[in-house]
Design a protein around this ligand. Structure first.
Ligand SMILES: [Zn+2]
Length: 217
């Protein structure tokens, strides 16, 4: 918070992603509180978005992680070959050095990428029939995209999907996969494009809305 020669209070997010509050020099604590409360919705949405589009920098056994729409407790176990597996409500990450939380986070990200690629490929198989034959099976690439869920490129025959999408429920992943698959038929977002989506997935809009809200919560 900085006191400045300004008339109104403003809250913004700086380049480092931190919330910054500017208040008039003479503003009272009460006035500042009142303003902060009025921004709380906006702030919590922002904070939710920030956590959805990130991965932990450290992982300790017992931490919670979000995978496929479920918050799971993750347990670290020593093993020669890294792997990530699930049982109900929890996840087990096997790695060489479970005592190092930074290395555990790196191993988790690698494992999550592998899982994402496997899941996204499997989901795409359900919609291959809408992709014109000349494109074959598009190659899926995982990127740490934060501003969109995916993109499709007819020229390279690639679909790029955000790594963070693996945090969402599979129904929401399907809506993104379908959307990108449909771009091999229609490049724009015109009526025909959306007709194709709702023909394949009658609740397409509902699922995208859920995904949007989900990334906020
Ligand atoms: Zn699109």
């Amino acid at each position: 918070m900085t006191r400045k020669n300004v008339k109104r209070m403003t809250l913004r997010i700086d380049r480092q992603g931190n919330p910054c509050l500017s208040v008039p020099v003479q503003a009272s604590r009460g006035e500042i509180w009142k303003f902060m409360m009025s921004c709380s919705d906006w702030l919590s949405r922002y904070a939710g978005k920030r956590t959805f589009f990130t991965l932990p920098e450290e992982i300790h056994s017992g931490d919670e992680v979000m995978i496929l729409g479920e918050l799971r407790q993750i347990f670290l176990q020593r093993a020669g070959k890294p792997s990530l597996s699930f049982s109900d409500g929890s996840a087990v990450l096997e790695l060489r050095d479970p005592e190092d939380p930074v290395k555990a986070a790196a191993a988790y990200e690698r494992a999550l990428r592998e899982l994402a690629l496997r899941v996204f490929k499997a989901r795409l198989r359900r919609y291959l029939h809408i992709i014109p034959e000349k494109y074959g099976t598009p190659e899926i690439k995982i990127r740490k995209m934060t501003s969109r869920w995916g993109s499709a490129n007819q020229t390279t025959g690639e679909i790029h999907l955000s790594l963070y999408l693996i945090k969402a429920p599979v129904e929401c992943i399907d809506s993104v996969v379908l959307h990108e698959a449909a771009h091999f038929t229609y490049m724009d977002h015109g009526t025909k494009f959306y007709d194709l989506l709702t023909d394949q997935m009658p609740d397409y809009r509902e699922r995208s809305r859920r995904l949007k809200n989900y990334a906020r919560s």
